[in-house]
Design a protein around this ligand. Sequence first.
Ligand SMILES: C[S@@+](CC[C@H](N)C(=O)[O-])C[C@H]1O[C@@H](n2cnc3c(N)ncnc32)[C@H](O)[C@@H]1O
Length: 314
Amino acid sequence: VTVAPETLVESAFHKPVLAAAVAAWAAGTARAVDATVGGGGHAALLVAGRERPQLLALDRDAEALNAARARLGSDDITYLHAPFASPQALSAITAFHPDRILLDLGVSSYQIDRMDRGFTFRPGAPLDMRMTGDQGETAADLLNQAEAEDLERWFREFADETPGPARKLAKEIVRRRGNQAFRVSDDLVNAIRAVLGKRSGPADFARLFQAVRIAVNGEMDQLARALPAMRDALVPGGSLAVITYHSGEDRMVKHQFREWARSCICPPKQPVCTCRGRPLGKVVTPRGVKPDAAEVAGNPRARSARLRIFQVPA
Ligand SMILES: C[S@@+](CC[C@H](N)C(=O)[O-])C[C@H]1O[C@@H](n2cnc3c(N)ncnc32)[C@H](O)[C@@H]1O
């Protein structure tokens, strides 16, 4: 299904989270990268400064890029359709010499609302969840083929499920697919209900569907590969801002930023320092920035958001 870009703009594609904090961070930028431009909500803030900056806008989802282009136009903006950790994206980002790079991870409200993209647990949605159109394995493929150990690990690491239920759910999926292949959202919802019981509801479905989505799109791998390359692409004094939506992602960003900020990363008992011996920059937001209650009330998607910023030396 193709949706006219104008419709997307009018339908409030996606409310940008932590907009005030992102706008404050973006102030004064001359060359910014929005590596997850989505509907262009944050990008509109990035280009809103008095001196309109150059913007490089990426998304792995062609529909999102179309929506951003319809909203922001093409003056001073370069659009690139690629996963942000792909070699093509990372070399374009490096060649751009940015002073700001933004990552607003996960999916947009628009993607979740589109039944045919299969991110939703609403009844009858196909188990698809691929952000990059029709390339690669779908959620149904993974649920029908993955080893039980992998399913269990995804539920633990990407949905914060406790070990017992994570293992039971993985086993239940393997048992059910032996009778009938997973095809639509209801198949996964029913497996979750069978394991978590009557108390399970939309919050559990959202969490466990998210785990499958992260696996389908290799999202942790994308993040792990992108972070150091993006830091290296920044011009002196530049900064990298990352908004995460679950604890696994946030942990990765927090640990990575902390490690970069240390002057020595040699093993504790090593007598002489043989590592880089200097910090690579500083953590601007040691505790991360969370949305306030008013923002969460107006935008439930913001509930789990956390912004962390790292700045390289001037
Ligand atoms: C939370 S939305 C971004 C919303 C955007 N900040 C706004 O205000 O409109 C995340 C976007 O990132 C894209 N995305 C997720 N992972 C990506 C990746 N590895 N490479 C490129 N785009 C990615 C998704 O397709 C989605 O459009």
